[in-house]
Unconditional design. Structure first.
Length: 326
């Protein structure tokens, strides 16, 4: 089955399919641009340089997808040279884009990790203060025990007990302040990275890098796929329109008239011509027979064709007639 036969099995996509394809393509391109901007805008704090690097990121992203579209066009035209250079150019731009996406996604995940780490440090600081007070209380209790052993309860133990009471109140205040801290809900991304790290036996930073690379490549492949889909649909639509226009043009052209069969020559005329030819009176020349017998050349031609079909006459490679010899 040829390509055109395969294409003829379907019709151009409707408005719903095209709207979906263009929407997904636009969102993929927009996401790729945003992640690249996150990296390029962080290169320099100068507002002018931010504009320049931001424009560069947008040019790279849009140019990358246009070059991929051009690659599909060259491949469809069987322009191998153009397809090679388009693919090479796309590979360079895709590498820059994937690097930008890795930087942007990595920045977002680093923010999540830093928030989680800050919350854990605050909780750890409260725990350390509570533990420190607990150690001080334990030291006071040891000292009070020694005072009891030396029978100096009135002079030392009461002061230590008052100090421990204050320390326990301070300890309770710290626990309440710690527990009053808002619970830092674990994000889905952090939960995913933690689960993967536990499952594969790697650190969260290693899992973060691999996951960011995977998402960046997936985003680029997603956009390239839908750009290819748009290119294929546009080529099919052009071919379909040409076929429809050709079919309409063929419908306007009138059909060729059927050829009219020539009437068979009269038997008497056939016998007369055959007689003069077989007797040698005339050569097998249509013009000579027509002049001698005063017949129209068309009539003589029909007679010669009839004799040729009966095997009385033959025709050589030079299309000259001759009598068949038995």
């Amino acid at each position: 089955m040829t390509t055109q036969d395969t294409a003829a099995l379907r019709y151009p996509k409707g408005w719903f399919a095209l709207t979906t394809v263009y929407s997904f393509t636009g969102l993929a391109i927009l996401a790729s641009i945003v992640f690249s901007l996150l990296l390029f805008l962080s290169i320099d704090d100068n507002p002018l340089m931010k504009w320049l690097f931001g424009g560069l990121a947008i040019i790279f992203e849009l140019g990358k997808f246009y070059v991929w579209y051009e690659y599909g066009e060259c491949k469809a035209r069987r322009d191998l040279g153009g397809a090679f250079w388009s693919l090479l150019f796309y590979s360079v731009l895709a590498a820059i884009s994937i690097g930008g996406s890795i930087g942007g996604i990595n920045s977002a995940t680093n923010t999540i990790l830093s928030q989680q780490a800050r919350h854990e440090r605050e909780i750890a600081r409260f725990d350390e203060q509570i533990a420190s007070i607990e150690r001080q209380i334990q030291l006071n209790e040891d000292a009070a025990r020694k005072y009891i052993e030396m029978a100096r309860i009135s002079s030392g133990v009461s002061g230590l007990q008052q100090a421990n009471t204050k320390l326990r109140l301070k300890q309770d205040e710290l626990r309440q302040e710690r527990d009053a801290k808002p619970l830092n809900e674990q994000s889905s991304m952090l939960g995913l990275m933690s689960s993967l790290a536990d499952g594969v036996g790697m650190s969260i930073s290693q899992v973060q890098f691999l996951l960011v690379c995977f998402l960046s490549i997936l985003l680029d492949a997603f956009g390239a796929y839908f750009v290819s889909l748009i290119g294929a649909e546009n080529r099919f639509r052009r071919w379909w329109q040409r076929q429809q226009q050709q079919a309409q043009a063929d419908a306007l052209v009138p059909a060729d008239p059927l050829p009219v069969a020539k009437p068979a020559p009269e038997p008497a005329l056939v016998a007369r011509v055959r007689s003069v030819l077989e007797s040698g009176e005339l050569k097998c020349s249509k013009r000579k027979v027509a002049e001698t017998l005063a017949l129209p050349l068309e009539e003589v031609d029909r007679v010669f064709q009839h004799l040729l079909a009966e095997g009385v006459l033959g025709q050589g490679s030079n299309r000259h007639y001759h009598l068949q010899t038995n």
